[in-house]
Design a protein around this ligand. Structure first.
Ligand code: SAM
Ligand code: ASE
Length: 345
């Protein structure tokens, strides 16, 4: 820390205001400010925006102004009045109908995660999920709690989907997987990553195995085209048969569970994996020396407040895979949030 930081702790002021920044962006998304400016296609005044959205003019004016400070909106002055429009980043990522929209991710953060994180001190004291305290749902299985209503399940699934439109290609192309034809995506949710896989490896087919109510919700709310290369299988990967495959994909699965359940699941996958086959894990990674990345460190706290899992270091994933029978474990960093780990049978 330089002496100027000690005289004036800007860093701490920025951190303290972090949640004010998040909540401002979430609120602008929730109220539909970016959607309105996109639909209208021309700059609007605060009064016009408030009138369209049925919101208070003064409150809307302050929210718009803060969004300008955050570079989520641009303001231009005409006759002493500000006219607002989307910046490029808002147009691509915050407009709900955009192909790369993060709208649902923002809503999941603003509602579910924000509520859970109010109990971070309790989570650290007790070393366990605060889902029950936050939402009053008690359940042995964290996913039963996570899917406490159909609406919540749809938001969670959209949130899970949205990242793969942005960094799905990077994780799928981290290794050359073209030799694997029969692929099984365990806990593959609505199939966003499976689609990215098939758009790179045309000669393969993917079976997505997920809980029955997730598969039903995927079919009801997410499947727009009937891709013959994608099949859904309803089941519980802990208690039901895992189909045979050349390649198993598990994206953000291992980080949900305690060591013992991870090993139980990985050993079961090894049994269903064809000789010469492989397992691809997709997870955020922690540095071995605990130096970061900050995103992974924060996500590990999120796993504490929401699940029974945690984020891990490459050495921890290598150990889990090796103990389950896999060999030649390779770790590839993509430079984005999620990295890839491959183990072979
Ligand atoms: N792989 C997806 C991704 O990265 O976008 C989804 C990851 S999400 C954190 C975990 C997934 O595992 C959910 O889709 C959940 O329904 C599924 N899941 C949880 N428990 C399961 C079980 N016992 N059997 C099958 N799927 C399960
Ligand atoms: C899970 C992943 C997530 C279970 C609950 C979750 C995420 C949010 N809640 O497996 C996504 C990854 N983490 C973050 C912080 O976005």
């Amino acid at each position: 820390m330089s002496s100027t930081d000690l005289d004036y702790p800007q860093q701490l002021f920025d951190y303290k205001d972090g949640f004010l920044v998040s909540k401002t962006m979430f609120t602008a998304c929730e109220l539909g400010i970016f959607d309105l400016l996109h639909d209208v296609g021309e700059p609007l005044s605060a009064a016009a925006i408030a009138s369209h959205l049925c919101t208070n003019v003064d409150g809307t004016d302050r929210l718009l102004s803060a969004c300008v400070g955050l570079k989520l909106l641009k303001a231009e002055m005409k006759n002493m009045e500000a006219y607002y429009s989307n910046t490029d980043v808002s147009a691509v990522y915050l407009v709900k109908s955009s192909p790369k929209s993060l709208y649902h991710m923002m809503m999941y953060y603003s509602n579910t995660m924000y509520t859970c994180w109010q109990f971070l001190p309790q989570a650290v004291r007790e070393g366990r999920s605060q889902y029950e305290r936050a939402f009053g749902v008690s359940s042995k299985d964290i996913f039963e709690a996570l899917y406490r209503s159909e609406e919540e399940m749809v938001t969670f699934m959209h949130h899970m989907d949205s990242i793969w439109n942005i960094c799905g290609k990077d994780v799928i192309q981290a290794f050359d997987l073209s030799e694997f034809h029969t692929v099984c995506d365990l806990g593959g949710c609505s199939g966003a990553l499976a689609k990215q896989f098939l758009s790179t490896y045309h000669g393969s087919t993917v079976t997505i195995m997920d809980l029955p109510k997730v598969v039903q919700t995927a079919k009801k709310h997410f499947i727009t085209d009937n891709d013959p290369k994608i099949a859904f299988l309803q089941g519980d990967f802990f208690n039901d048969v895992i189909p045979e495959a050349d390649l198993f994909i598990m994206a953000r699965i291992i980080h949900d569970w305690v060591e013992e359940k991870c090993l139980q699941l990985l050993k079961k996958i090894y049994q269903s994996c064809r000789p010469g086959g492989a397992l691809l894990l997709i997870e955020v990674l922690l540095n071995e020396d605990r130096s970061g990345p900050l995103t992974s460190q924060l996500y590990s706290l999120n796993m504490l407040v929401q699940t029974e899992g945690k984020e891990r270091m490459p050495s921890e994933y290598s150990k889990l895979l090796t103990e389950s029978g896999f060999r030649d474990v390779q770790v590839k960093a993509t430079g984005k949030i999620y990295d890839a780990i491959l183990g072979r049978k």
